[in-house]
Design a binder for this molecule. Sequence first.
Ligand code: ADP
Length: 170
Amino acid sequence: MLGAPGAGKGTQAERFARNRGVPKISTGDILREAVQAGTELGRTSKAIMDAGQLIGDDVMIAIVKERLARADASNGFVLDGFPRTVTQAVALDAMVKGGSPLVVVDIEVPEAALIERLTTRRICANCGWIAVPGLNAWARCGGPLVQRRDDNVEIVRERLRVYDRDTQPL
Ligand code: ADP
C-alpha cells in the first residue's frame, strides 16, 4: 500500500488482509510496538519517529525480510508502510523474486484533507483503532483514545515533506 501519511493505507490494508486471509504487515505498528516494549529497536527509533523522519533503510529492510520469512506470510501478505524509499523497493523486489507479482495500490488524497485527518484523529491506546471525528469517534474496545505522538501539526507537515521527498518517487 502506497500513499501519504493519513491516506488510509492502514485502514485499507487491514480490509485487504482480512478478506484474503493473509497477514497485514505494518512497519509503523512494528516500530511503535518496539518503542512500547522498550527494545533496542524501539529505543533507537523513538526520537526519529517523533521527529517525523524515516528509520534507516538497512534496519527496515532487515525487519521486513525477517517478517516475510515467517510461515504465515507464505501465501501472501499486505504491506503497509513499506517500501517507503526507492532503496527499500529495490530490496523488496529481491525478497519476492520468483514469487507472484506484487500488486501496488497507491491512495491519493489532497494535502489539506491529510492534514485535517491526521491532526484530528485519535488512536485507541489498547487496540490501535483509529477514531475519526464525524465518522467513527469511538473506541472499538472501549479503551482510552489518545493522539499519536507524531500527529501534531508541525510533525504532520514534516512527515508530508519527507513523503514528497523520499516516497513520492516510488
Ligand atoms: P504514516 O504513514 O502515517 O506516517 P506509519 O505508522 O506508517 O505512519 O509510520 C510511522 C513512522 O514510522 C514514520 O514516520 C517513520 O518514522 C517510521 N517508519 C515506518 N515505516 C517505515 C519505513 N518503511 N521506513 C522508514 N521509516 C519507517
